[in-house]
Design a protein around this ligand. Structure first.
Ligand SMILES: Cc1ncc(COP(=O)(O)O)c(C=O)c1O
Length: 261
């Protein structure tokens, strides 16, 4: 759907920093100004690199979707991205979706939750999000199912799997995946579409790539047991070519598109 800015809006030379209402103090301290012309150039560059990674992996670029991650970037940056044809945006915090959804209501945006999700946010997610990629535990599935019943909606979900040893990374342990997928059959409002992961933060490409390979192998093993999981969301600005080489169907890109947060 086209984005219809209010008639009074005049283009600003720079997209200003975004300070979400009630946002965390570190979010409001970040520098987030950007030149909109950079966004078009960055988007071209990311698409070119996705196509190149696909060529090198013998894959069709049409198999790999781009999910722009607009975390910490405000409505005007997102509006500029919508003008370039993007309409799904990944956000880590539900509060940011709440803050941005109103000012961008005319843009037809599909909001995708990619960050760790507390069960007390299920109500907002059921109202505002089109998809959750960070589903990682039964209590969250139960809370989402309940709120989706109230809203009369369904939600696409990806199960986030922890493929990295880092304490800071969220996700379901690989050994628990099959049991969790079985359990998700009890939650019909959740349409399970695939798996998501974040690789280890490392300068060693082999270590990073091993995380992506692990997710693909888990997907293949689950598929052999009757769980169709067509989507693999893996790869960020610093590592997406490796993820594409291992079968990513979707890469989540923030910094390489919008700039540093
Ligand atoms: C789960 C997840 N995916 C993707 C991204 C985008 O990362 P980058 O800015 O490195 O592209 C982030 C950023 O915080 C994230 O948390």
């Amino acid at each position: 759907m086209a984005c219809h800015p209010p008639a009074s809006a005049s283009p600003a030379p720079l997209i200003p920093a975004f300070s979400p209402q009630g946002g965390r103090s570190e979010a409001s301290k970040m520098r987030m100004s950007m030149d909109p012309s950079h966004l078009a150039a960055n988007l071209d560059d990311v698409r070119r690199r996705i196509a190149q990674a696909c060529r090198e992996a013998g894959r069709d670029p049409a198999e790999v979707a781009l999910l722009p991650v607009s975390k910490t970037f405000g409505p005007e940056a997102i509006r500029a991205a919508v003008a370039l044809g993007l309409h799904r945006f990944g956000e880590n915090r539900v509060q940011e979706i709440r803050d941005k959804a109103g000012p961008l209501a005319d843009c037809g945006i599909a909001w995708v939750v990619i960050g760790h999700l507390q069960t007390n946010k299920a109500k907002d997610v059921a109202r505002l999000a089109s998809e959750v990629q960070s589903l990682d535990r039964p209590e969250l599935a139960e809370a989402l199912q309940h709120r989706l019943e109230i809203e009369g909606r369904e939600l696409d979900v990806l199960v986030q799997v922890k493929t990295s040893p880092e304490e800071s990374k969220h996700g379901l342990p690989p050994a628990a995946l099959e049991g969790f997928l079985e359990r998700l059959r009890d939650f019909p409002r959740l349409r399970v579409r695939g798996l998501m992961t974040m690789a280890v933060q490392s300068d060693d490409p082999a270590a990073v790539r091993a995380c992506f390979r692990r997710l693909r192998e888990l997907r293949d093993a689950m598929r052999a047991r009757g769980h169709a999981l067509p989507r693999l969301s893996m790869g960020m600005s610093g590592d997406f070519p490796l993820a594409i080489a291992e079968g990513a169907t979707e890469v989540r890109i923030g910094t390489a598109l919008f700039g540093r947060r």
